[in-house]
Design a protein around this ligand. Structure first.
Ligand SMILES: Nc1nc2c(ncn2[C@@H]2O[C@H](COP(=O)(O)OP(=O)(O)OP(=O)(O)O)[C@@H](O)[C@H]2O)c(=O)[nH]1
Ligand SMILES: [Mg+2]
Length: 304
């Protein structure tokens, strides 16, 4: 490569899109080397765009984790899917994830067919190769490349980190020339209070079953640094019904206590300080129809 052009800074916004549960958030964390996006075994964990930033040589890569793309029914789901496609349209490069263990199903095919509208260079990322049938990988890569035009194909495990450096290298080489958008040491653009709310939401997703995680949302109400260097944080968990509030609290408050303990540990890590976490559970009927809650989440409120 020409020495002089190689000196120039590069900067790329790289969107990670794919079906729910494909491993987009896990991959974002692996690419950045730090836990920024929450992860769960459940579908539709991510609700809005989450940015993770990393520097590789002269390039700054800004990864955008997006909500999973599926056929939405409810208003919140529609907002999530619209946001995901918006994230892809605004990016310089797009990584399309497919869960290699699952292969290409109807949901995956639908995403591939819509990619024709996305002009930016796209790369195919077959994820979860650690758990996938190796023999099927090549067939899957061929099938996906027939359905959409990809500039490159990568086989990775976001969980073990296998193949992630190769992907990062390619993205670095294809990042447009231009100044960096963030200071070199910044790894996320989300304020700590939103990251903290997301962490508590992750614990809800991990602990609660069926519809409850989808019918709840978390907001950080106060974040106060105390004189002794610790932080006092108050958060509200909104649920739709009183029966759900009781489940979140658990018998003798056991569930909320466990959620609080897990969240506090992770929040202390990102805050780099001891944390006192106070969780409140409020019933707000129809919060998922309330524009204010969408603003708090960083989502556009779909009018219908
Ligand atoms: N075995 C294996 N599991 C993985 C890998 N990457 C992600 N997972 C698991 O897949 C599940 C979903 O991961 P997420 O990162 O939350 O997936 P997502 O695409 O962000 O999901 P949504 O936000 O719901 O769209 C979690 O249980 C992860 O631990 C991988 O490379 N290998
Ligand atoms: Mg996610």
């Amino acid at each position: 490569m020409d020495e002089s052009t190689d000196q120039e800074p590069r900067c790329a916004f790289v969107a990670l899109i794919g079906a729910p549960n494909a491993g987009k958030s896990t991959l974002l964390n692996a690419l950045v080397g730090s836990k920024i996006a929450i992860v769960s075994h459940k579908v539709q964990t991510t609700r809005t765009l989450v940015r993770g930033i990393t520097v590789e040589g002269r390039a700054q890569l800004i990864f955008i984790d997006t909500p999973g793309i599926f056929a939405p029914k409810r208003r919140l789901e529609r907002a999530m899917v619209t946001t995901a496609w918006g994230g892809a349209r605004d990016a310089d490069l797009v990584g399309v994830l497919i869960d290699a263990r699952k292969g290409l199903d109807e949901e995956g095919e639908a995403i591939l067919s819509e990619l024709a509208d996305i002009r930016q260079p796209k790369v195919l990322i077959l994820n979860k190769v650690d758990a996938a049938d190796k023999a099927a990988l090549l067939t899957l890569a061929q099938a996906a490349n027939q359905s959409a035009a990809f500039s490159a194909t990568f086989m990775v495990s976001a969980l073990t980190g296998d193949g992630v450096p190769d992907l990062k290298k390619w993205l670095t080489e294809h990042a447009p020339k231009g100044p960096w958008h963030y200071p070199p040491d910044q790894i996320s653009d989300a304020p700590l209070r939103s990251l903290a709310a997301e962490i508590t939401r992750e614990k809800l997703f991990l602990r609660l079953h069926q519809e409850l995680p989808y019918q709840s949302t978390v907001e950080t109400d106060t974040w106060k640094e105390l004189k002794d260097g610790s932080v006092r944080i108050e958060q509200t968990i909104f649920v739709e019904r009183d029966s759900q509030r009781k489940i979140v609290l658990g018998k003798g408050g056991q569930t909320i206590k466990a959620i609080g303990a897990e969240a506090r540990r992770d929040i202390a890590e990102i805050a780099e300080a001891p944390v006192h976490l106070f969780l409140f559970v409020k019933v707000r009927e129809g919060w998922s129809e309330d524009p204010e809650r969408y603003r708090e989440m960083g989502l556009e409120f779909p009018r219908e």
